[in-house]
Design a protein around this ligand. Structure first.
Ligand code: BES
Ligand code: MN
Ligand code: ZN
Length: 495
């Protein structure tokens, strides 16, 4: 979808579909909607009075204009209540409108910038949210089927309209950033939706290499077995697919030693290993590399955004499979850090590969670590698909990410990291064990395991098990991969 910005009155613009809006409980439409209403001889007022247009968030009413406006058709999208209105509502409304545009096969679509006028939002931020919502809401994973139902249709151009020329520069800036962010999120979605036989660790590493070349980033693809990443190797050795640790580096502040490491769990398929998962919904475990996908998506746009920070992205990649070569419950394995780990449950594999990747990041000089992982089913029990669980060893860093996530529409909720959880993963025959083995507080004991390898470096852990993937579409999020937490990370890195 091409995005452009024009300084024009809303009724003067020629397009296939014009998107305008209305709040709940509006009696007489005002602003841009009011002018379109007048051009249509009071049709919007009439439908509002009759209750067909009610302003409910994301509800779209399509009007055929029969030559009365320069737009072929008009879509009135609901913005919800004024009290709850904000950038998240803007994203939701923009997504609903773009879905309607796809449905009616509108190629050239123009939209008002929801909230930039009557809504009282900052025009630049509102334009950013409109573009994010539109591009995220328009996402379709075409996959491998010869026929799509409904057939995939992409809007060719979305034009953001505002008649006030003083606002245009800000709107252009917001729209540009919104497009970069949303495209990166959609790229992460594509990777996560890809089946595990197509996106193996080897294929993932190839994509990373291509992205690094295009963007002039340093990249190394490490062989975990040779490099002494024994925890990562212990997960990989049951599989026929060779594992990889992909390390990408962006230097936006060469003079400084500060280095942020983004570490994403990249299990391209999690069968559970010898502690085999039940077969029901096991196919969803192709999404167990959502952390690595988000990491690659973020790394892919640093050259465009040019934050003045040094950032490394680490993606430990492997399948977790059962076989005669697989690690068994009760085995003790070493690690890059030198610590030994007793494997209680081979299905608690995410923490193992993260531990080695984090040790690797520390050896590269990471001064701050953020890891992202579809780590525990317990996280889904606690928070569902509504919020990402956040934990860590540095409250200041946790607070920073919490605030960013919650304000950019990717909700987060902090879970505790008490000493009880550290106690629960003490082993009698190794330095640590990979599971408490009692099913209790799994997001927290998982974080406690990772923490042992992090040490004192400021660190935040995001458990995205519930939020990386949805069973059914919601607002601008599709069924399947969501792209969480790409937006949060970008806002964090550019802040
Ligand atoms: N990848 C899973 C967690 C998961 C489950 C993510 C469902 C998304 C949806 C992870 O590797 C896992 O299996 N965790 C175990 C840990 C336990 C054995 C300590 C779990 O949650 O059961
Ligand atoms: Mn697992
Ligand atoms: Zn897993």
């Amino acid at each position: 979808m091409k995005i452009s910005v024009e300084c024009s009155s809303i009724t003067d613009f020629r397009c296939d579909l014009l998107i305008i809006n209305e709040f709940e409980k509006v009696k007489v439409p005002g602003g841009a909607t009011g002018s379109v209403d007048r051009a249509l001889g009071g049709l919007i007022s009439k439908l509002t009075k009759e209750g067909e247009i009610d302003g409910k968030l994301g509800k779209v009413t399509l009007l055929h204009c029969a030559g009365k406006t320069k737009a072929e058709k008009v879509a009135v999208v609901g913005l919800g209540s004024r009290e709850k209105f904000g950038y998240e509502a803007v994203r939701t409304a923009a997504a609903a409108a773009v879905k309607k545009a796809q449905e009616v096969k509108a190629k050239k679509v123009a939209t008002i910038i929801h909230g930039a006028g009557i809504g009282g939002l900052d025009p630049e931020q509102a334009a950013k949210a409109v573009v994010e919502g539109a591009v995220l809401g328009g996402y379709q994973f075409t996959g491998y089927a010869k026929e799509q139902d409904p057939p995939a249709f992409s809007v060719e151009e979305l034009v953001l309209l505002d008649h006030n020329k003083n606002k245009i520069a800000g709107i252009k800036k917001g729209a540009k950033l919104g497009l970069i962010i949303a495209e990166a999120e959609n790229y992460a979605r594509d990777l996560v939706n890809e089946p595990s036989n197509k996106l193996t660790p080897t294929e993932f590493a190839k994509l990373a290499k291509k992205i690094a070349q295009i963007n002039g980033l340093k990249i190394s693809i490490v062989d975990p077995k040779q490099a002494g990443l024994d925890l990562l190797w212990s997960v990989a050795k049951g599989s026929e697919e060779p594992p990889k640790l992909v390390v990408m580096e962006y230097r936006g502040n060469p003079g400084k030693k500060e280095k942020i490491a983004i570490v994403g769990k990249g299990i391209t398929f999690d069968s559970g290993g010898i502690s085999l998962k039940p077969s029901n919904k096991m196919e969803e475990m192709k999404t167990d590399m959502a952390g690595a996908a988000a990491t690659l998506a973020v790394m892919s746009l640093l050259a465009d955004l040019k934050p003045k920070k040094n950032i490394i992205g680490l993606m430990p990649l492997t399948e977790n499979m059962p076989s005669g070569h697989a690690t068994k419950p009760g085995d003790v394995v070493g690690s890059l850090s030198g610590l030994t780990a007793e494997i209680i449950n081979t299905d608690a594999e995410g923490r193992l590969i993260l531990a080695d990747a984090i040790t690797y990041a520390k050896k590269l000089g990471a001064t701050q670590i953020v890891d992202l992982a579809t780590l525990t089913g317990g996280c889904i029990v606690a928070l569902g698909d509504a919020a990402t669980a956040i934990m860590g060893n540095n409250q200041e860093l946790i607070d920073k990410l919490l605030k960013i996530g919650n304000s950019c529409g990717q909700k987060m909720w902090q879970l505790p990291l008490y000493d009880e959880y550290r106690e629960a993963i003490k082993s009698t025959i190794a330095d640590i064990k990979n599971s408490a083995g009692n099913g209790k507080a799994q997001p927290s004991s998982g974080a406690a395991f990772i923490e042992k390898f992090v040490g004192e470096t400021p660190w935040v852990h995001l458990d995205i098990a519930g939020t990386a993937h949805l069973d059914a579409p919601r607002g601008y999020l599709p069924k399947g991969a969501t792209g969480v937490p790409v937006r949060t990370l970008i806002e964090f890195l550019v802040s």
